[in-house]
Design a protein around this ligand. Structure first.
Ligand code: HEM
Length: 353
């Protein structure tokens, strides 16, 4: 996945690299005629017959930037002739949603020649941090996938959980950096408008957003509700609504993960069955605690940040993924209740070996 992202980031199939600085200027001036001309020029250069998945992904990224800009200024992107068909074709070639996503916006947005909607340093920082966070979580997903079939006293487990913890620690740090440096007013008024829903092929597709990021997979792997548990129905719907925005390899990883029980409740159950905890089991439980601490270190401040943003917006505003902060409340509750499961283990099981 990392290779695909880096390949897409390096590609410029529409030859826009010398024009990308025009986009923030046109956006600042709300120059709809200029944006429409740019959108026509870029879509006119698409040569879908010669594209592979990576090239199509790079074209989706750049066209996504200009079409979302038009929508932000109140113009239906379909005024650009052929744009909808082009999005559908590029999405099919890339095997991804036919519009921009958090992957095109951040992970596949090159560090040099970064595409952006505005000239704000806050947007540049946001793109950098989301990119860093997204990359850091990839090894975490791999490590948790490897951990799925292992028993609680398997000697490999603590290291795999530690690798996942490291990834989440970076994720949590990136979030804190955005929280400190991007005010709710700047994000809500200057940036969020560039993440509008768009109708493509008769389907409303949401804009780049956190729900498309890999914590979705970490939740599936680690702590999703099991059948009959609280919030199971809500969670299944949340998954159905968001899994489609993941790149193909992650959709496959998510399907595979669902064939196993989520790690945390299974490992806690196995640990609870030991009359006398082994040193290995204790190490696993300690590592699980460390991982859950980092997940919470992201989720709780993120919830506060989202609430602070909603407080400066009109009532009933939605995040770019189409949700209120209720969805974040549910995820935080789920994470906290899984964390509490660890404390149900008899005393002594959770101390360092
Ligand atoms: C000012 C900045 C931010 C605001 C206002 C915000 C707001 C939201 C909202 C409202 C949601 C719910 C889904 C939706 O409707 O989009 C969400 C989900 C999410 N956001 Fe953010 N977010 C911000 C920054 C970030 C950053 C910097 C990251 C990553 C480093 C991030 C990661 C996530 C994740 C992973 C989710 C899915 C829910 C979860 O796993 O807890 N967000 N965000």
């Amino acid at each position: 996945m990392r290779e695909l992202d880096l390949r897409v980031a390096a590609l410029d199939p529409l030859g826009v690299v010398h024009e990308i600085q025009r986009l923030p200027l046109l956006n600042r001036a709300a120059d709809i005629a200029g944006l429409t001309r740019l959108a026509r020029a870029w879509t006119g250069r698409v040569d879908g017959n010669r594209y592979d998945a990576a090239t199509a992904g790079a074209a989706l990224r750049d066209i996504g930037f200009v079409l979302a800009s038009l929508e932000r200024h109140g113009v239906d992107y379909r005024v650009v002739e052929g744009a909808e068909e082009i999005l559908l074709k590029l999405g099919a070639l890339a095997d991804e949603v036919p519009r921009d996503s958090v992957y095109t916006y951040a992970l596949r947005n090159p560090e040099h020649a970064t595409r952006s909607f505005t000239e704000l340093p806050e947007e540049a920082l946001f793109i950098r941090e989301v990119r860093t966070a997204g990359f850091a979580l990839r090894p975490a997903v791999d490590a948790l996938t490897e951990a799925l079939p292992l028993a609680v006293d398997d000697r490999a487990l603590p290291d795999l959980l530690a690798a996942a913890t490291e990834g989440f620690a970076v994720f949590a740090r990136s979030l804190l950096s955005v929280k400190r440096q991007v005010t709710p007013e700047t994000f809500s008024y200057e940036m969020r408008p560039y993440f509008p829903p768009m109708t493509v092929g008769g389907q409303v597709l949401y804009a780049p957003g956190g729900a498309q990021m890999t914590p979705l997979l970490v939740d599936i792997l680690l702590l999703r509700p099991e059948p009959g548990e609280a919030r199971e129905e809500w969670y299944e719907q949340y998954l159905r609504e968001n899994v489609g925005y993941l790149p193909a390899a992650y959709r496959v990883a998510g399907d595979r993960a669902r064939r196993h029980r989520p790690l945390l409740p299974r490992l806690v159950e196995e640990a609870g069955r030991e009359a006398v905890p082994t040193a290995r089991t204790t190490r696993t439980v300690t590592a699980l605690r460390g991982l859950m601490r980092e997940v919470l270190k992201f989720r709780i401040p993120h919830l506060q940040l989202a609430r602070a943003n909603m407080n400066v917006r009109p009532d009933g505003s939605l995040g770019s993924g189409g949700y209120t902060t209720d969805s974040l409340d549910h995820l935080a509750e789920l994470t906290l209740s899984r964390h509490q499961l660890l404390s149900t283990l008899p005393a002594g099981r959770t101390t360092e070996a």
